[in-house]
Design a protein. Structure first.
Length: 94
């Protein structure tokens, strides 16, 4: 990621090895970087992911965490687009 920037698609595995971080830890790190405004690590608006883990609980945790974050970002973008436009904008006040 430091060389090529944030990718638009990432495939996660939960169990990365004994005494290693999990895929959930990596998902949390990516969200933290995005929330902190790290430009080179910003999640693209069209960010997609897949969790191929055989660990069903780990898979569900990663999916829920990233889906909740993406949903919150979409809500905020819509809110800002609606309420930061000019008051006479026909898109806001039809």
């Amino acid at each position: 990621m430091r060389v090529h920037g944030m990718q638009g698609y990432i495939s996660f595995d939960h169990d990365l090895g004994e005494n290693e971080r999990t895929g959930y830890d990596i998902a949390k790190l990516l969200v933290d970087l995005d929330m902190n405004g790290e430009r080179e690590f910003a999640l693209p608006a069209e960010f997609e992911f897949y969790v191929h883990s055989q660990n069903p609980i780990g898979k569900a945790n990663i999916e829920a965490y990233l889906n909740n974050y993406r949903g919150g970002k979409r809500y905020i973008r819509r809110y800002l687009a609606r309420y930061s436009a000019k008051p006479n904008s026909p898109a806001i006040y039809p």
